[in-house]
Design a protein around this ligand. Structure first.
Ligand code: NAD
Ligand code: MG
Length: 396
């Protein structure tokens, strides 16, 4: 069996490291041909020493010089590049057939789209790509002729619960009535509302069940993450928004469900460990060992489900509103949220200001049809500027 040639965009992040962990256990199946990172040059250097990819990409020239020097000293002939265009080169010129798209935020959009256009198997962790440009992205996948495998655990679960590849047939032809995305409710599911104003970044990043990057951890706490995932599901599975539901499920064992018209509900279950969807995407349609321990059902006291409280999670309501507005509204939502979360994490902006600045940004900008990537990127930049002004006006 010829091995798959894998490029990992964002190899030093939480998803990237887990992807390498799965690959490490299957050297006969996978060959790493490209690795990319933003600023974590030391970790990327370590990964290059272990996997000797054809190409490695970092954000800037200084990082590239440092990485080149380390690799040259060790006799590793990896080509080192830097900058946003080099992320696209890592997809198109590394001879990869599989791309793990795991850069966080809008920065991951252009290289993920390049993978779609080039007909690769795209393992999509970067949900922002679909939130911002779902229509264009799905069309690019279709034109490129590659395979799209969702890595986000909920969407991976739904993919597994559908009877055949979702791209072959619209979901409603398959008897699908509703998709139920589960959400743990994050660390503040039961925190008295009055205490939310004093939440610190450390508290917000301490997710009860999943270990993730800082941005998505905050998004899980506000439930903006679930809102982005509703939009992601809309594009991936082609069901109307009103058929995509969110359920609070604190144990994070049921990763999502599909309800069919005959009364059946099919759920995918497992440990909350991203190596399961990553291994699934890498090996699909086969199943391989992921390193995840088996689920011990008798040990689980109970599985519970509840409706989300939109007053507690205003970001979820904002995401539904942006999804319904369509066009560039989700891009504005996503950009405003990225800036707001960064201001909370790095500048001491209060936690409860996150929904406030996102809402204000949405109300200040009119949504337009998301007709081209250039327009989407322009709206993204404008929304960031508006949110930054709002944050500044708060004296932060
Ligand atoms: P992370 O912050 O841990 O890692 C992000 C990666 O992207 C790092 O390698 C970083 O160096 C790179 N990066 C960041 N900014 C960059 C830029 N401007 N240019 C180039 N590279 C850049 O994030 P993560 O938790 O691994 O999440 C990655 C993506 O996967 C996100 O879109 C997230 O929503 C999605 N996702 C993550 C999880 C999870 O469990 N971590 C689950 C589902 C979906
Ligand atoms: Mg998810």
């Amino acid at each position: 069996m010829p091995s798959k040639r894998v490029a990992i965009l964002g190899s030093t992040g939480s998803i990237g490291v887990n992807t390498l962990d799965v690959i490490r256990a299957h050297p006969e199946r996978f060959q790493v041909v490209a690795l990319t990172a933003g600023k974590q040059v030391d970790l990327l250097a370590q990964q290059c020493l272990e996997f000797a990819p054809k190409m490695a990409v970092v954000s800037d020239a200084a990082g590239a010089a440092r990485l080149s020097a380390t690799l040259a000293q060790a006799g590793i002939a990896t080509q080192v590049l830097y900058g946003p265009e080099a992320l696209v080169t890592a997809v198109t010129e590394s001879s990869c057939d599989t791309v793990m798209a795991a850069i966080v935020g809008a920065a991951g959009l252009v290289p993920a789209l390049a993978a779609a256009k080039a007909g690769k198997r795209v393992l999509l962790a970067n949900k922002e790509a679909l939130v911002m440009s779902g229509d264009l992205f799905m069309k690019a996948m279709q034109e490129g002729g590659g395979e799209l495998l969702p890595i986000d655990s909920e969407h991976n679960a739904i993919f597994q619960c559908l009877p055949q590849r979702f791209t072959d047939e619209p979901a409603d032809h398959l008897g699908v009535e509703e998709l139920w995305l589960t959400a743990s409710g994050g660390p503040f599911r039961d925190t008295p509302l009055a205490q939310l104003s004093a939440i610190t970044p450390e508290q917000a990043c301490a997710h009860p069940n999943w270990v993730m990057g800082r941005k998505i951890s905050v998004d899980s706490a506000t439930m903006m993450n679930k809102g982005l995932e509703v939009i992601e599901a809309f594009w991936l599975f082609g069901l109307p928004l009103e058929k995509i539901k969110v359920l609070i499920h604190p144990q994070s064992v049921v990763h999502s469900m599909v309800r069919y018209r005959d009364g059946s509900v099919i759920a995918q279950m497992g440990q909350p460990d991203m190596r399961t969807p990553i291994a699934y995407g890498l090996a699909w349609p086969e199943r391989i060992h992921s390193g995840v321990s088996p689920l011990n059902l008798p040990q689980l006291a109970a599985l519970s489900f509840a409706q989300p409280d939109l007053a507690r999670f205003p970001c979820l309501a904002l995401a539904f509103a942006a999804a319904n507005a369509g066009g560039t509204a989700p891009t504005i939502l996503n950009a405003a949220n990225e800036i707001a979360v960064a201001a909370f994490l790095d500048q001491g902006m209060p936690y409860l200001r996150i929904p406030e600045v996102v809402e204000k940004t949405l109300s200040r900008m009119a949504a337009a049809p998301a007709s081209s990537i250039e327009l989407i990127l322009e709206v993204d930049a404008q929304a960031r500027a508006v949110t930054k002004d709002l944050v500044k006006a708060m004296g932060i």
